[in-house]
Each structure stands twice: as structure tokens, then as C-alpha cells.
Design a protein around this ligand. Structure first.
Ligand SMILES: [Zn+2]
Length: 373
């Protein structure tokens, strides 16, 4: 069976009628329809009852995030502004479901390669260690309840968030896990990595780089991002003696098209920021990695975007879910990805892997999400 993308039906073909979005430079606000429980965009004539190709282009290019859009206090596009969220379909990979039905209509088998893509961000490598004297004293006064553990850690005892005991053993057990390291030079409200001069930190960077799984976690920057990110990347590459080509934005802080253009400029080939920090779900309607299309330049790029649909902080902080609730949500989203293929991408932190303090019990959540079953 062939596919006809044409105004008139073609005999012996599955017919999709163009709604006009794919004409050069066209922008349309999609109409939404729920057909047989499936959310579709651009309903109209044709065998499928909607323009699936327009829906794919609209969703993957992230057309709704361009131009004047409402942003949260950090300047990010908020999930609540997105059509899939407003329509109640954000927690389903709706585009993948539509494509699966098209494959079926064409008599093809869905190339449903399912995989699990765990990832870990290291925003602050240690709970107590690696600060300058002033910063350590300031934290000590603010968090008196940790005094004993802090003194022990500073005297050379264990530090609960140490990447050597949280992240590296996890990479051994789950060798596909990607790690993203924040390497800001100066500390400010958003970027609080420990001091670069701290020897155990440098050693951890080396050990992480050796696994081949280390990526960049570009600091939050309002201005001068290019210069700072290039410097951060160079420091990690020099310390870890390896080249970085994978990246995820700290705080999922990005906007179209500038952030991705800057990442391409830096030599990044894979980005893992396609999701929302405040709510679970499929930001682009898909769980499959896809190439970023620069809508302003009308240009295909080679930067591959890997969606994630779930994060530790989303569950615990934003959604106030328990350990059990987070495990359940992970199982639900994983089963949806498994049904139509793609990567079940999720984010943890070295802190949440420590299974201590406010993150007691969360190691079990990681194991559950990472478990292929
Ligand atoms: Zn971060």
C-alpha cells in the first residue's frame, strides 16, 4: 500500500489530505480532535481523518514555542501553555500512536524499537565537600541539623552525594545511563557546582569521562551563554581528557531557536532537554529521538533531540508524589512508550540516588524506572 499526500484521493493508496501547514512559511494554529480515544491535530478529509504529517511537523518543530509565548519566572516555556497539556494528552506519546496506526494502514510493521534511557544530572557533586571556606560556613549556619555529618564529611569521612558512591556504581549496573555535569566557574543563584580546584571533584570528572557516558550540563545564563558554555565544556574535556558531544540544559532552561543553535555551535550532537521540569509527559508528542528543525531558518539540522518524560524532582517537588506514586507513574508511562516504541527517558540526580535525607527511598524509584519489565 502506498501513501498519497494529495488534495484528491489516489486509488489504492492511504490518503492524507494536506491542511496547508507544510507549504513554505505557513503557520497554523491546529484544531484538536479526539478520535477513538486518540488526540489528533489538523482534522479534515482523508482516510485518517486528519493531516498526520502536519501534526508531526507541528509537534516536532515545536512551532508553538516560537515567538511571543508566555513564559515562567525563569523564562521557560511552561507546560501549561502547551496544547497537549491543555488538551489533557501530554502524558501520552500521541504522535507515536498516530504513526503506529498509519503503519498499520500501510500494511507495515511498526519499527517499535523500545529502550530505556536513564540519565543523571550532577548539579552539585557533594553535599558538604568542595566549597570555599566562606560558602561552607554560610551553609553550616543555615543548616544546623547537618552539623555532625558536615564535620565528619569535611574531615575526610563519606559524603552522601559523592559521585563515586552514587553515580559511578549506577553506571556499572546500568551502562546505558547518561550523565550531565554542571561546571559553572562562578557560583550564583542557579549554578552552584563545587569548586573546580577540589581534587576529588577532578578525579570524579576523570572517572565519569572514562565511562564514555559523560555530557555537558550548560549553566543557566541570561547573557553570554556562548562564551561561558564553551569555557565549561573545555574545562570538563580537559579534566576528563575526552570530547563531549551530549548535553542537557540545567533547569531545562532553553528557548527556540537560540539555545539549540548555540549547542550546535559548541559541537553538541545530542541534546536531552526535550521535556518539562514541572510536569511529566511528552513535550513533542513523541518518545522517539528526532533531528531538530530550525523553524526560523527553515533548515534541517543534525542535532538529535532525545525526549524525556519523567524526572525525580518533577515527581517529588512539583507533583508531590510519594515513592510508591512515582513508581506507579513510571510504570504507566513506560508501558505507553513500550506500546508504540521509542526511548523511555528519565532524569535523576546524584542527590536522589544517595537514598538519604529527603531522598530516602528514591533509589528504589530509579531501579524501578530503569527496569526493563
Ligand atoms: Zn541541573
Amino acid at each position: 500500500m502506498k501513501l498519497a499526500y494529495s488534495v484528491e484521493p489516489v486509488l489504492g493508496s492511504v490518503w492524507i489530505c494536506p491542511c496547508g501547514l507544510l507549504s513554505k512559511g505557513a503557520t497554523l494554529v491546529p484544531k484538536v480532535q479526539v478520535t477513538n480515544g486518540l488526540t489528533v491535530l489538523f482534522p479534515g478529509p482523508g482516510d485518517l481523518g486528519y493531516d498526520l504529517l502536519a501534526m508531526a511537523f507541528w509537534s516536532l518543530s515545536r512551532m508553538e514555542e516560537y515567538g511571543v509565548v508566555s513564559r515562567d519566572s525563569f523564562g521557560r516555556f511552561a507546560a501549561a501553555s502547551s496544547l497537549f497539556y491543555r488538551n489533557g494528552s501530554l502524558e501520552e506519546p500521541v504522535l507515536d500512536a498516530g504513526l503506529a496506526l498509519l503503519y498499520e494502514a500501510l500494511g507495515l510493521t511498526v519499527p517499535s524499537a523500545f529502550s530505556i534511557q536513564p540519565s543523571i544530572d550532577i548539579d552539585i557533586a557533594y553535599q558538604f565537600k568542595g566549597r570555599g571556606v566562606g560558602r561552607a560556613a554560610g551553609a553550616a549556619i543555615k543548616q544546623l541539623q547537618y552539623t555532625q555529618r558536615r564535620i565528619k564529611a569535611l574531615l575526610g569521612g563519606p559524603d552522601a552525594h559523592d559521585p563515586q558512591t552514587t553515580v559511578l556504581p549506577t553506571l556499572k549496573e546500568h551502562p546505558k545511563t547518561r550523565v550531565f555535569l554542571l561546571a559553572n566557574k562562578r557560583v550564583n543563584t542557579f549554578n552552584k557546582q563545587v569548586r573546580r580546584q577540589f581534587k576529588p571533584f577532578q578525579e570524579a570528572v576523570k572517572d565519569l569521562a572514562q565511562t564514555g557516558l559523560l555530557g555537558l550540563h550548560p549553566s543557566v545564563q541570561k547573557r553570554g551563554a556562548e562564551i561561558r558554555w564553551a569555557e565549561e565544556k573545555a574545562w570538563i574535556e580537559q579534566t576528563g581528557e575526552s570530547e563531549l558531544t551530549h548535553s542537557r540544559q540545567h533547569y531545562i532552561h532553553f528557548s527556540f531557536p537560540n539555545t539549540y543553535r548555540q549547542l550546535i555551535e559548541l559541537g553538541i550532537k545530542h541534546d536531552y532537554s526535550m521535556g518539562y521540569p514541572e510536569t511529566p509527559g511528552f513535550r513533542a508528542g513523541t518518545a522517539y529521538p528526532f533531528a531538530w528543525y530550525d523553524l526560523e531558518k527553515e533548515e534541517a539540522t543534525e542535532l538529535i533531540l532525545h525526549p524525556f518524560c519523567l524526572m525525580d524532582v518533577t515527581c517529588k517537588g512539583y507533583q508531590k508524589l510519594s515513592v510508591e506514586g512515582s513508581i506507579e507513574l513510571g510504570q504507566l508511562l513506560k508501558s505507553r512508550v513500550r506500546a508504540t516504541g521509542g526511548e523511555f527517558g528519565f532524569i535523576f540526580h546524584n542527590e536522589s540516588l544517595s537514598d538519604s535525607g529527603p531522598w530516602k527511598g528514591w533509589r528504589r524509584v530509579f531501579e524501578s524506572w530503569a527496569h526493563d519489565g
